[in-house]
Design a protein around this ligand. Structure first.
Ligand code: KIV
Length: 266
């Protein structure tokens, strides 16, 4: 007998938030790792534009094109049975609402993803995409596509005015129709305030324990990225010893509220 596993929907993720169950997410860029992550029970896979670094060897996400994103999204979607799959709209693929919609459609139709993610409080674009039936994940805090304006990958929202702006942007994105929010590298206290005020799930990376879920770049948590490991990353490979074991250890640690610890937070 063949069992068909029904993929998780945004409603399932929202229900997890409502019942206080943590959402697990890892980045995935290909079919082999996508299948492994999916089989381990991770709730969500993000085809992140971090593939510019992990897959393509660039130093930033800026060179990644929509064509690259569609290719990797398609590879991951083919392997997916259960996980909810989100893909990034890459740098300069959403300069206006019409272009954003055309590129988001490529990610959904050719890439097979269930939702697209974009950086910043681009409210006009978010509400236009949502009107077209395209589910949107916002991304606030550290915005890697803005690295040349930011000057460094530093923690965002440390000053009260900056924290207030991120909270206000989060509420506006929800109001514009975003159904998920990624918060990157912000103080844990700010992330806690945002997650408690929003009804949509908030997925943190370097944003402390009180987010509704956690995401890490796969290569970072396997400790194969090279270079200095950021504070918010734990090397799950060290104790687990195998890739599948490391992914399962991450999944269990997030579900049990054991990751991120204070040492991984700001
Ligand atoms: O591209 C990516 O991997 C991301 C994560 C850092 C959240 O956006």
């Amino acid at each position: 007998m063949t069992f068909i596993v029904k993929p998780l929907s945004i409603n399932d993720l929202t229900a997890m938030k409502q019942r206080g169950e943590k959402i697990t997410c890892l980045t995935a860029y290909d079919a082999s790792f996508g299948a492994l992550i999916d089989r381990t029970g991770i709730d969500m896979m993000l085809v992140g534009d971090s593939l510019g670094m992990t897959m393509q060897g660039h130093t930033t996400t800026l060179p990644v094109t929509i064509r690259d994103m569609v290719y990797h999204a398609r590879c991951v979607s083919r392997a997916r049975q259960r996980a909810f799959v989100v893909a990034d709209l890459p740098f300069m693929s959403y300069p206006c609402a019409a272009t954003a919609a055309a590129n988001a459609a490529k990610l959904m139709q050719a890439g097979g993803v269930q939702m697209v993610k974009l950086e910043g409080a681009r409210l006009d674009i978010v509400s236009f995409l949502v009107q077209q039936g395209i589910p949107v994940c916002g991304h606030l805090g550290l915005l890697p596509q803005h690295i040349n304006q930011l000057g460094s990958y530093a923690v965002q929202g440390k000053e009260p005015a900056a924290a207030d702006k991120i909270l206000a942007d989060a509420l506006s994105l929800q109001q514009a129709g975003a159904a998920l929010l990624v918060l990157e590298c912000v103080p844990a206290t700010l992330a806690k305030a945002i997650a408690s005020q929003l009804h949509i799930p908030v997925i943190g990376i370097g944003a402390g324990i009180d987010c509704d879920g956690q995401v890490l770049v796969l290569q970072d948590m396997l400790n194969i990225s090279g270079g200095k490991r950021p504070r918010f990353v734990k090397d799950f490979m060290q104790e687990a010893g195998t890739v599948a074991g490391a992914i399962l250890a991450y999944h269990n640690a997030v579900k049990q509220g054991a990751f991120p610890a204070a040492e991984h937070s700001f």
